[in-house]
Structures are given as C-alpha cells and as structure tokens.
Write a protein that binds this ligand. Structure first.
Ligand code: CA
Length: 360
C-alpha cells in the first residue's frame, strides 16, 4: 500500500469507529424528545432563527439525547399561549419575551425590557451578576418554569409612524402596537397600546387597525416590510433599550434529565443569549443602510421635548407598577439599584468612549 492509501484506510477506520460508538451511545442512553414552542413565526430572522439555533445547539451538544424540535407560532400553540404550554408541559421549552406574560405575572416585564432601563450589556450584568436571575427564577418557579436569558436585540427603534412626532401631544389618541411597560407609558400619555404578535403587525398597520407600531430594529422591521406601510422611522427605542428574549424550561422536564444534560441545556441557552446580540448588532448595521439608502425611509430622532415627557411618564408607570405588586416591588428595587450604579460607571466608560469616538 502506498503511504497515502494507508492514511486513507486509517481515516476510514476511525470514522467507522466513531460512527459505531455514536450509535451505541444512542442505544445506551435514553433519548428525551423535547418540543420548543415559540412566539415567533417559524425561522423569522434573528428571533425565530435564534430559537432554532438554540434547539440545534442543545441537540448537538447532548449528542441527540435531548432532541429538540421547534414549533413556530401557531404550529403547535398560538404565539401568546407559549407560557401556558410550557407551564403545563405540552412543550418542554418556550422561546419568547417575558413581557408578553404581563397578564399573568406583572413582575416578568422587568426581565424583558424596562423603559429608560438597562441596555443589553447591563441587562446581562444584572441578570448574571446582579441578582436579577435569582428573582426571575423565583417568579417563574410559581408556574413550574425555569427561565433563561436566551437572546438580546440591543437597543430597539422607537417605531414606525405615519405622521411626524413633534410634541408628546402627537401621541394622544394614537393606536400603537407596543408591548409591556412601554405600552403603559403610551397609555399614560393618552395613546392606546395594542398587543399583537409580530406576524400580525404589518397587515394591522396597512388596514388602519393601528396607527403606529414598534417591533425591533432595522433587520427585523425590514423583514416584516414595515417600511412599506409607514413613512417615518423614529429612534431611540426608549421603551426597549436592550430587550432580553427568554427560553423557559418546564421545571419537571429539566429535573428529569441527568445533571450533565441539565448543565448543557442551561449553558446552551447562555451561548444563544450572546450569539443573538452579536447577530442583531451585525445585521442592524447593514439593514439600516438599506432602509435609508434603498427604501428612502425617513429616519427621525424623537425630539428632546418628547423624550423628556416620555421619561417622566415612564418613571410614574414604574413606580405605580412596583406599588401595586409585591414581587414587582422587589424586582424594581433590585433593578433600580443596579441601574443607578450602571449609569455612573457607564458615564465614564461606554458613554464617554462613544462621545469621544463621535467627536474624532
Ligand atoms: Ca419591540
């Protein structure tokens, strides 16, 4: 045999061996067939694909022992029944955003997005190293769920409008799709917040059922064609400065797994959390250029006078939310304390640097 053929033969032998040991692993270990339901259309860019990425990662890292199949919104249960489906064990995993469940758990909103709250970097810091995760776990345990931060959009856009916003009076009477605490702020300013899953936004705006909407940012908003149904695209996303997406796990299903598989599931969620923010940042950069340069979107910054009124209304909404619910009060206190520290540190780090870079 020539040397090259010997190497080829050894290579094939090794491949055959590893295939047979994989097969034996599969036969010797119990396979857990898990379902993941989501609030997103199947494989919707960034959010749906983020759910699929996480499901595949869990399947791959567990060598197929936890075999996850993803269901887009409406495929197994409607988008807004994701929480109940995982709580009841219809599915073992659910991918969504915690503020969608404000009707069941008011405090959950703080784990998704808070008006004038934490950005993505700060959210992860509060959750992982500032006590946030423990509070989130305590809250979801009441529903038989284990929460996980499973993605972040970064700072969102303020949204799509068919008229210019010059003073906060322009928000009065406005029917706008806006979830969570941001919706309560709009209400305080005289608008009407509407709750709609992502897939229903563009048709509602086109038919006039709503006057305005926010969704995520350039990459996601372009995918839904929102630039075709509204003229003005406003920033910054005061209502969602670093929205955390979630992967909730049915607690009983998680505890049924051997310890090492539980660790893989939890850590795969952590990997997905980081990856989604990286993807959103990269793709928003490019999509904003396309929206402005190719689709002639009218990009507008909310005037300072409007932001000032919204900030005041936001402070009132947060205080009221905390005053009306014990768990929200505890979460808000933890969040607020962390926010105050983060503002001071980021004034001399991130903000100082971004200002310096803009000036250079
Ligand atoms: Ca949003």
């Amino acid at each position: 045999m020539k040397r090259r053929d010997v190497i080829k033969t050894i290579g094939l032998g090794a491949a055959a061996l590893s295939a047979s040991s994989l097969a034996s692993a599969a036969t010797n270990h119990k396979v857990y067939n898990w379902k993941m339901v989501t609030t997103w259309p199947a494989n919707f860019p960034g959010l749906g694909t983020g759910a699929t990425y996480l499901a595949n990662l869990i399947t791959e890292l567990t060598n197929g022992e936890v075999n996850v199949k993803v269901y887009g919104a409406g495929e197994l249960v409607p988008a807004m029944e994701t929480f109940d489906a995982v709580s009841q064990g219809t599915a073992q995993l659910g991918h969504g955003a915690a503020y969608y469940w404000k009707g069941k758990t008011v405090a959950s909103q703080f784990f998704a997005a808070v008006p004038f709250g934490l950005n993505a970097q700060e959210m992860n810091s509060w959750l992982y190293h500032g006590g946030g995760m423990e509070l989130w776990e305590e809250e979801y345990a009441k529903y038989g769920l284990v929460p996980g931060a499973a993605g972040n959009t970064g700072v969102q856009m303020a949204g799509w409008f068919n008229k210019e916003i010059k003073t906060s009076a322009d928000l009065k009477g406005l029917k706008m799709r806006i979830p969570g605490l941001g919706g309560d702020v709009l209400k305080k300013l005289g608008g009407t917040p509407v709750g709609l899953p992502g897939g229903e936004i563009a048709p509602a705006l086109q038919s006039g059922a709503i006057d305005a909407t926010e969704w995520v940012g350039p990459y996601n908003d372009m995918a839904f064609g929102l630039h075709k149904v509204a003229k003005f695209y406003y920033y910054p996303g005061w209502h969602e400065p670093g929205t955390t997406l979630e992967c909730m796990i049915n607690k009983a299903a998680l505890e049924e797994l051997p310890k090492h598989l539980q660790a893989i599931v939890r850590n795969a969620i952590r990997v997905a959390n980081q990856d989604m923010l990286a993807e959103f940042t990269a793709r928003n950069n490019a999509a904003l250029e396309t929206l402005v340069n190719e689709h002639n979107v009218q990009l507008r910054r909310l005037p300072d006078v409007v932001l000032k009124d919204i900030r005041k209304a936001s402070e009132e909404v947060l205080k009221e939310t905390a005053a009306n619910d014990d768990m929200s009060k505890r979460v808000f206190e933890s969040f607020n304390k962390f926010r105050a520290q983060a503002i001071k540190w980021h004034d001399v780090s991130e903000r100082a640097y971004l200002n310096a870079r803009a000036d250079s």
